[in-house]
Design a protein around this ligand. Structure first.
Ligand code: FAD
Length: 380
């Protein structure tokens, strides 16, 4: 019998496994043949995220700001005096995090899929290789988490957005800036990105679920960015849960990462909230292993802990997202005009990528209401 079984060997599962395995017997089940494939990520992270991951992923580029392109042809450039984000090799990060968890004592079983589990005086996990018993189950099985849905069919995220991205061969002159495009033609309900890295550009977009498959907007994006004839090297797709899940814990159970809906609603970034939540998970697990109490009530302290760390950012971010969804292309263009003002620009230049809604308190409400959602997305 294991003390904890973690479902999913992605970054959230590996970080949780690494922390738990320092003093517990931990088993990780991963359905793929290794951690890190397939990649469903643009790979844009802050230094803080790299620090929290506990590993040094390969850094493909360092970015200082963004050029934001509006539907009517307007453009704003926001540049900081210091690095805002790193473009990392996400597969490399996931692999290294799994190795680090293994070094910490966790056992990984690849090509083994979680099917279901039952809770009594212990947890019995049913996987493609049979039954496994443990005291605690951690659901880190990503955006379409089966473990999360074991808590009820109403435990889905508020919404999903879908993403599609490609690496293409093209050398952008401006290597330290991301291009962001807004508007219904290229990315309805979200935004698009072009991230340069040497001889390549990572070009992608996310769109609201109701707008249909994101690949349908790729042609317009490639045209707008002048990448129509660039050679395609790689394609990726994926979906992002936004707005959180109603419950992130149950008896002998905690959810983490996309499985818990721990994603920044403005940018779709999931790594920062997942890593911050891993500490909360470890604290709750330690208390439960100490007392032997794995009841729903005992597990509820996990949700309180992770919400104290990142819940405010997620709540505020989702409020901004709802405002953003009301924007049409003309609103974006109006926002472009407001955001061009010097008084506003100085605040935007210093915005934090991991805590973007903190800028709200620094700005006049009238201005904020008109352009903030747009520009926050742009920075991210
Ligand atoms: C297009 C796109 C771009 C993104 N860009 C960024 C970005 O730039 N920065 C950022 O911070 N975030 C980004 N994200 C979000 C980020 O990728 C996720 O938040 C992150 O991967 C969540 O990590 P996780 O470990 O929770 O889930 P995952 O990375 O999805 O890992 C879950 C793991 O569980 C495994 N699994 C699933 N079901 C089972 C099962 N039944 N049994 C066993 N194993 C199972 C999967 O194989 C997978 O390895 C992006 C997402 C998309 C779609």
């Amino acid at each position: 019998m294991h003390e904890a079984v973690v479902i999913g060997g992605g970054p959230a599962g590996s970080r949780a496994a690494e922390l738990l395995a320092r003093d517990r017997d931990v088993l990780v089940l991963e359905e793929h043949r290794e951690s890190g494939t397939p990649v469903e990520c643009a790979g844009l992270v802050t230094d803080d995220v790299i620090g929290l991951s506990g590993v040094r992923p390969e850094i493909l580029n360092v970015l200082y700001g963004a050029n934001v392109f509006f539907p009517g042809g307007g453009r704003i450039s926001v540049r900081s005096g210091w690095p805002k984000a790193n473009l990392i090799d996400r597969a490399d990060m996931d692999r290294k995090m799994a190795w680090k968890a293994t070094d910490s004592g966790a056992e990984y079983r690849y090509n083994e899929r979680y099917i279901s589990h039952k809770v009594a005086d212990r947890v019995t996990v049913e996987s493609t290789n049979g039954a496994i018993e443990c005291s605690l189950i951690i659901g880190a099985d990503g955006h379409s988490s089966k473990v999360a849905m074991s808590l009820g069919t109403d435990n889905g995220p508020r919404e999903y957005v879908r993403g599609f991205q490609m690496d293409v061969r093209r050398t952008y002159e401006e290597q330290d800036m991301i291009n962001i495009r807004l508007g219904s033609e290229v990315a309805p309900g979200f935004f698009s990105w072009e991230i340069p890295f040497g001889e390549y550009v990572r070009v992608g977009l996310c769109a609201s679920w109701s707008a249909g498959p994101p690949v349908g907007y790729m042609r317009a994006l490639l045209k707008a960015s002048g990448l129509e004839d660039a050679k395609v090297i790689k394609k990726y797709s994926g979906k992002i849960p936004l707005g959180g899940r109603p419950k992130t814990y149950g008896e002998r159970l905690m959810l983490i990462g996309d499985a818990a809906g721990q994603v920044k609603p403005i940018s779709g970034g999931g790594l920062y909230p997942a890593f911050r939540s891993a500490d909360a998970l470890k604290e709750t697990a330690d208390v439960s292993f100490g007392s032997g109490d794995f009841s729903t009530k005992a597990m509820s302290s996990y949700e309180k802990r992770w919400k104290a760390a990142v819940g405010g950012e997620m709540r505020n971010g989702y409020r901004l997202r709802k405002a953003y969804l009301k924007f049409d292309d003309e609103d974006f263009d109006r926002a472009c005009r407001v955001a061009s003002r010097e008084s506003v620009r100085s605040v935007l230049d210093e915005i934090s990528l991991d805590r973007p809604s903190s800028v709200v308190s620094q700005m006049r409400i009238r201005d904020m209401a008109r352009f903030l959602p747009v520009v926050l997305r742009a920075i991210l």
